[in-house]
Design a protein around this ligand. Structure first.
Ligand SMILES: Cc1cc2nc3c(=O)[nH]c(=O)nc-3n(C[C@H](O)[C@H](O)[C@H](O)COP(=O)(O)OP(=O)(O)OC[C@H]3O[C@@H](n4cnc5c(N)ncnc54)[C@H](O)[C@@H]3O)c2cc1C
Ligand code: FES
Length: 275
């Protein structure tokens, strides 16, 4: 596996062609890429994606980890690079470099009850983790997947939940429901009362907007899950992606290099962690 610390040349760019574009919601698309050469990544690591003539931005692949010429990235349109990316159609040329960062600590998640909490587009990196779990299902005795987003229209990977529901205990919630929605209405932490695992031994992974992660880790700790068994994936402004520019620093950490996945106990109370 080509992890960040094993990349011979972290600046190396690989050409990538858009093979398919899937509209997830009005503001989120999944781009299936075909790379000119193989690239290996671990689940939760990120890549820098170049939109030629515009710039680049970090994304965590939402597809299964491993060495491959194929990769999916799920992108929310929030600004310049993501806006231009959203205009790209099948056949468009992009480029990737990486992978960077540490990824989810899969070896610490196996053989435990696992709670996965996703918010909004944060389910994108978690989809890669879910692929990982499904490929090694017997090592995960019980998986509880909680997903929250703003409204039913904002749910991404709509085609996946039937399968995930068969494999995991799945609960979804939306901030604001409309008629026809018969699942929960409220924030994702409202779903915590449905968690039925041994909180003294389980692990939890939380990915989503900062405010959602902040309240989720608080709720999980209150349930008795210690911060060294809670993992968060932080999003900070990044330029280089591998520890040169310092743009991503939070407290003593380079989020690009020491993260983006952190054991919560390491970043708890660090100023700016949820900014
Ligand atoms: C490790 C990592 C993984 C990520 N994975 C995904 C993913 O899978 N899917 C996805 O949609 N997004 C992901 N992001 C966020 C994505 O990188 C930003 O949305 C993107 O950089 C915005 O670029 P832009 O040029 O479109 O926006 P800009 O025009 O640069 O800015 C738009 C707004 O977003 C803010 N912003 C820019 N970059 C970031 C950032 N990195 N974090 C927080 N705010 C930012 C700016 O301050 C501004 O308010 C990830 C970020 C990181 C650090
Ligand atoms: S993005 Fe440059 S040091 Fe982290």
């Amino acid at each position: 596996m080509k992890k960040q610390d094993k990349i011979a040349n972290p600046y190396k760019i690989i050409k990538a062609k858009v093979a398919q574009v899937s509209d997830e919601t009005p503001s989120i698309k999944t781009f299936s890429l075909e790379l000119e050469e193989e690239l290996g990544f671990s689940t939760g690591q990120f890549i820098q994606l170049t939109v030629p003539g515009i710039g680049e931005a970090p994304f965590t692949p939402s597809s299964k980890s491993g060495v491959s010429k194929k990769m999916d990235v799920t992108v929310m349109n929030v600004g310049v690079a993501t806006g231009e990316l959203h205009k790209k159609k099948k056949g468009a040329l992009l480029a990737v470099r990486g992978p960077y960062g540490n990824g989810f600590p899969v070896e610490k998640l196996r053989d435990r009850e696992l709670i996965i909490v996703g918010g909004g587009c944060g389910i994108a990196p978690l989809r890669s983790l879910i692929h990982e779990i499904l490929s090694d299902r017997t090592r995960y005795p019980k998986v509880t997947l909680l997903y929250g987003c703003r409204s039913p229209q904002d749910i991404i990977y709509k085609e996946s939940y039937d399968n995930w529901q068969q494999q995991f205990e799945l609960h979804r919630t939306v901030d604001k429901a409309h008629s026809g929605w018969d699942e929960n209405e409220g924030v994702v932490t409202d779903l915590f009362e449905r968690i039925d695992v041994d909180t003294k031994t389980c692990a939890a992974v939380v990915v989503g907007p900062p405010v959602m992660m902040k309240f989720s880790v608080k709720g999980l700790e209150e349930m008795g899950i210690s911060g060294d068994r809670i993992y968060v994936s932080l999003e900070k402004n990044m330029t280089c992606g591998f520890g040169k520019c310092r743009h991503c620093m939070v407290g003593p950490y380079y989020v690009c290099k020491d993260g983006p996945v952190f054991e919560y106990s390491r970043v708890k109370g660090v100023p700016g962690v949820w900014d």
